[in-house]
Ligand binder design. Sequence first.
Ligand code: IDP
Length: 161
Amino acid sequence: GRRSLSSVPGVRERTLIAIKPDGVQRRLVGQIIQRFEQRGFKLVGLKMLQVSDDLLSQHYGQLRTKPFYPGLLQYMTSGPVVAMVWEGYKVIESSRMMVGHTNPAEAQPGTVRGDFSIHVSRNVVHASDSVEGAQREIQLWFKGKELLNWECCDHASTFGL
Ligand code: IDP
């Protein structure tokens, strides 16, 4: 039919992607953003921040009994993080595939973790893992006003016609 892509169910799905301190320190920000742009996803939120213990304990609350939790907090606060919200059809599932297995040793080549990292304690990037998780994390990391709706320059509404 002649439906536009924006009317397809699921096309406005959003996910939180965060480039962790090792990703920023190793100058991987551009390459990681490039992969999401190249895939065709839409960037609707972006900021660099020093993450607080409070934000992290909410973000990783379900891991607080794990032995690696103190190290995880130390890692995630060791420098700035680049947090982004990406939008698009099945972006949550697709970005988990693009990011790869939690443990880089098991991540496929071609994934961010499989191409740029070695050990689970320094795995470069975060990606939400479910619809509920993405909603929760986006609300936790971003204010409503920080998420922008925009149309592509080839969209009729941008011509002022
Ligand atoms: P995910 O990031 O792929 O969703 P989770 O199991 O939610 O994986 O773990 C969150 C983060 O905790 C991982 O990305 C990694 O940074 C860290 N982590 C998970 N397991 C370990 C571990 O065994 N040792 C050290 N850090 C870990």
